[in-house]
Design a protein around this ligand. Structure first.
Ligand code: PNS
Length: 177
């Protein structure tokens, strides 16, 4: 039987527990799910493409039919390149609907063989977005429970580089003693 390959495209700057919730749901219904991280030269992301990929790979290792890749240019071109027939997108609230509908219909116009499949994340994550996570972290608020612990740590290091220095000094000190 034909394998159904889907892509889950996004910026993932940074990935959130809402993204992981959706990846888990997608991994159950598609034979293969490719998390496709956008390299967008116009945007100035908080995390480099390499960092975003590394974090996503570490957090999706547990699902054997999920792999991570990066892309640039038109999403539909990338989807065709990896033989995907579906695009997975999350809808959190009605407010997402208008933008997602427009994008899905435009993508259908560009590539009619590609179907967009919408899934809802757990309601706990219905108010969660990467943009809010970045803003809260930048303003010193708590993002506990919104992103994996390793991402939380990477965010703290990114926003306060002295933490990374302190941590590496601490690790060196522990190794010596
Ligand atoms: O996580 P995001 O930022 O909501 O993801 C948006 C994304 C990456 C899915 C969208 O911007 C995209 O597909 N960009 C690639 C360029 C493209 O194909 N544009 C036409 C969209 S109709």
């Amino acid at each position: 039987m034909k394998k159904v390959i889907a892509i889950y495209p996004g910026s993932f700057d940074p990935l959130t527990n809402g993204h992981l919730d959706l990846i888990q749901r997608g991994s159950k219904i598609f034979d293969e799910l490719v998390v496709a991280i956008l390299r967008n030269p116009e945007k100035d992301p908080l995390f480099s493409l390499g960092d975003r990929r590394e974090m996503m790979e570490a957090m999706t290792e547990r699902w054997k039919n999920v792999r991570v890749d990066t892309f640039e240019g038109l999403m539909v071109d990338y989807a065709v390149k990896v033989n995907a027939t579906a695009v997975l997108r999350g809808i959190r609230a009605i407010s997402d609907y208008e933008y997602e509908l427009q994008m899905a219909l435009m993508n259908r116009k560009l590539e009619p063989r590609l179907e967009t499949v919408f899934m809802m994340p757990a309601e706990t994550y219905s108010y969660l977005s990467s943009r809010l996570v970045r803003e809260i972290a930048q303003l010193g608020g708590s993002i506990k429970g919104l992103v994996p612990e390793s991402v939380e740590q990477r965010l703290q290091e990114k926003l306060d580089p002295s933490l990374r220095f302190q941590q590496s000094t601490e690790t060196r000190r522990r190794k010596k003693s």
